[in-house]
Design a binder for this molecule. Structure first.
Ligand code: NAI
Length: 391
């Protein structure tokens, strides 16, 4: 059983501002609800949309005063930086092409940042952000939020503890159906920008969901990709960017893998699945049933481990909010990434030194690696699916 989580030191709520996430947007609202889940931070300002009317309506619905709602993120960041009650951090939840300029300005103005993935649309911009983070010492989180699931942390800790032996093979897949037709031609907002290189960058499918596979495989196994060979497909007629991708990877140390991401796979919703095979056993985790994992060992029958019922690593237990059998899901995984980031930030603001365990959230280095991965996949595919070194 999990005890109720009313614990934690009593501290003032942190303040945050948001770029993107206006009414009608997808992920901004998920961020706000996930942050609100633990009550450790409250929203104080926003440039929620390129439409000022939308920003006003969004801010009004959130109970924000009009003088803290802005026409542009530039105006918001520069104005808020001068306030005595300035936000403690900023969340950036716009389409990909705005991540870099907004995050760069935020860092330059001294704000810690939580930014959506992919971190930027080029590795040059992503590396620039990493330099700014290093120079400023500011905290930076990239919301590869599937890493917030307790069972994912347990698998990571199992693998690090050698329970399935040396990793031999990683199979990652993320099939979706939603772009099986030219949804972008109907004006559907999320489809429109994802298939537009000016807003999405050089890749749609790998950038949007293939990047989750790359991060999750690295997070769960600790393996680094040494080289890859990618084939990116465009099945939607006239679509300028990929909507299906198959990528073979070689990891440093000899393990191998195959990653498949697709937005044209009929019958699939958000079917992120990782199967990891080692010399002693295997684990399988499926995002749509995130409270459980299948584990197999060579010398005993396979089984299912369940969050809350079966022994989990201390870190996994710390992220579990309710007893077994009551499903935790997407909001909780986001909330876990945020709660870790916010707790680290609060500790830093109190002047206490941070230890590695405080920083168990996806960081700017993960973001840079993700963008490099996207670039290598696009380059490999464009050159006829040749093998390329990651470095
Ligand atoms: P969306 O199109 O639903 O929302 C984007 C929002 O940003 C809209 O409100 C739009 O008006 C606003 N916006 C655009 N340009 C802006 C600007 N210059 N200033 C202020 N606001 C601006 O897009 P969605 O699906 O929410 O995706 C946003 C980002 O989140 C993308 O980078 C995407 O890759 C990422 N994402 C990440 C997920 C995850 O699991 N971590 C899941 C879904 C999206």
């Amino acid at each position: 059983m999990i005890e109720g989580q009313a614990s934690g030191t009593k501290t003032a709520k942190l303040r945050y501002g948001m770029v993107g996430g206006g009414q009608g947007a997808f992920i901004g609202d998920v961020h706000r609800k996930s942050i609100a889940m633990d009550g450790k931070a409250e929203i104080v300002c926003g440039a929620f949309s390129q439409s000022y009317d939308n920003t006003l309506a969004t801010g009004d619905a959130l109970g924000l005063p009009k003088d803290r709602l802005y026409r542009t993120f530039d105006e918001m960041i520069r104005t808020e930086a001068k306030r005595p009650d300035r936000p403690d951090f900023l969340s950036i939840v716009t389409p990909n092409s705005t991540h870099y300029p907004a995050a760069k300005l935020a860092l330059e103005q001294g704000f810690p940042v939580v930014c959506e993935k992919p971190l930027a649309t080029s590795s040059r911009d992503a590396s620039d952000l990493a330099c700014l983070v290093r120079e400023s010492g500011l905290l930076f989180c990239v919301t590869y939020a599937y890493s917030g699931y307790p069972v994912v942390k347990h698998i990571r800790d199992m693998i690090a503890g050698g329970e399935i032996g040396d990793i031999r093979f990683v199979n990652g897949e993320y099939p979706q159906e939603w772009l099986a037709t030219k949804l972008e031609d109907t004006g559907q907002k999320q489809a429109a920008w994802r298939t537009d290189p000016r807003l999405a960058g050089i890749s749609n499918c790998v950038g949007d969901i293939g990047s989750h596979i790359e991060f999750m495989a690295a997070h769960m196994t600790g393996l680094e990709i040494e080289s890859l060979c990618a084939r990116l497909d465009r099945f939607g007629p006239g679509r300028p960017l990929d909507d299906n991708a198959t990528i073979m990877v070689n990891f440093k140390g000899g393990a191998k893998g195959v990653y498949w991401s697709s937005q044209i796979a009929a019958g699939h919703d958000n079917a992120l699945r990782l199967r990891i095979y080692g010399t002693k056993g295997a684990v399988e985790w499926f995002q749509e049933t995130p409270n459980a994992a299948r584990v197999s060992f060579l010398d005993r029958p396979s089984g299912t481990i369940s969050r809350g019922r079966d022994p989990m690593s201390p870190r996994a237990r710390s992220l579990s909010r309710i007893p077994s059998g009551h499903p935790e899901g997407y909001f909780e995984s986001f909330a876990n990434v945020y709660s870790t980031f916010i707790a680290a930030l609060a500790k830093k603001l109190r002047g206490e030194p941070l230890v590695p365990a405080d920083l168990d959230f996806p960081n700017v280095g993960d973001g840079v690696r993700g963008v490099r991965y996207i670039e290598k996949c696009v380059e490999s595919s464009a050159k006829g699916s040749i093998w390329l070194k990651m470095d």
